[in-house]
Design a protein around this ligand. Structure first.
Ligand code: TRP
Length: 337
């Protein structure tokens, strides 16, 4: 990415925390959709390790998952030559801008963040200041690159709104500094639900072993989890109010096959749920097999992954520095030559 490209192409930024194994929900809701942008946008995809330590992490596990998340980006089809793939802590400007933006984010607005309220309940013994200012670091991630578009899951939309509020507040005081980013929710697989409790989102950190299907689950595990998916007492495969389990399986099937609801209803007419669940499991396992193979190859080549990290961080740092210098100048920091 050179300066000319950043002028003509719009910028996309998104991130995934290396805090758990990625699920099929993460895959469909984010990574899989990102590939289509690589030719027409400047794309930056970050492994957000600074965000991950807002809840306790085992150091060795965090380190391994950082490599794994990067490897999954690439194994899912993102070309490191065409996308800037990097690790958040490798680019100090994220933490630096975050500090400045903390002084332009209000205690009241941060207290209203749904994710903060949820996480405060979940991690009641560790409601640290980082958990509270988490959305400010996210705003820094986005605003550093003069981002136009931020593909995210629906649960992150409130953080994007806050990012816009912070950017607006800063721009009002200091004049145009940050481009106003827009969040958007990719259509396919926008929200994949838990297989065990289909009224809840599929989560990386669910403790119920049947709830989440991980991208790296073995073929047998994937099929077993789909076979056990919680459905309802009806027997007809069709999308309808109250059939959360079947609706979710239909969404997943559509995301992997492109088939419409009508196609699916016709395909499984008279066949019952068992048949359908197995078919969904097989489609998912088939689609993920090449991702597994590529992931294994990449994880065996740490030197390659480290090369990607290094190049990505250098490209990101160059762009980030431009925004950060502007911000430092505007707020009145001195800059010795
Ligand atoms: N908070 C996001 C999540 O948990 C991850 C994230 C961090 C992010 N920084 C970001 C997403 C910037 C988009 C843009 O899903």
């Amino acid at each position: 990415m050179n300066d000319k490209e950043t002028l003509v192409k719009k910028t996309i930024f998104s991130g995934v925390q290396p805090s758990g194994m990625l699920t099929v929900g993460n895959y469909l809701g984010s990574i899989k959709n990102w590939k289509e942008f690589e030719e027409t946008y400047n794309c930056l995809y970050c492994v957000v390790d600074l965000h991950a330590i807002t809840v306790r992490q085992d150091p060795a596990t965090l380190r391994r998952r950082t490599y794994e998340t990067l490897a999954l980006y690439i194994a899912s089809g993102l070309d490191p030559e065409k996308n800037t793939l990097f690790v958040q802590s490798h680019v100090p400007a994220h933490a630096e801008l975050s500090w400045v933006l903390n002084c332009y984010a209000m205690h009241g607005e941060l207290s209203r963040m749904t994710q903060f309220k949820d996480k405060s309940k979940k991690y009641a013994s560790n409601i640290n200041a980082g958990l509270f200012t988490y959305p400010v670091l996210m705003a820094a991630d986005i605003l550093l690159y003069q981002t136009d578009l931020v593909p995210v899951g629906i649960d992150q939309m409130q953080h994007i709104e806050l990012t816009r509020d912070i950017a607006n507040r800063f721009n009002q005081v200091y004049g145009d500094t940050f481009r106003m980013p827009e969040g958007f929710i990719p259509k396919a697989g926008a929200k994949i639900m838990s297989l065990a409790e289909p009224e809840k989102k599929m989560s990386k950190s669910d403790t119920n072993g049947n709830a989440s299907v991980y991208i790296l689950d073995s073929r047998d595990d994937i099929i077993r989890k789909f076979k056990r998916a919680v459905t309802d007492s009806d027997t007809v495969v069709r999308r309808a109010e109250g059939k959360d389990g079947i609706n979710n399986l239909m969404t997943i099937y559509t995301a992997f096959t492109g088939k419409s609801d009508a196609d699916i209803e016709a395909e499984f007419a008279g066949l019952g749920y068992g048949h359908f669940k197995l078919a969904v499991g097989e489609v998912v396992a088939d689609a993920l097999a090449p991702v597994h193979a590529e992931f294994d190859r990449l994880m065996a080549d740490k030197a390659y992954l480290e090369g990607v990290m290094k190049d990505g961080a250098a490209k990101a740092a160059y762009l980030a520095r431009k925004t950060l210098s502007k911000v430092y100048r505007k707020v009145g920091f001195t800059q010795p030559k």
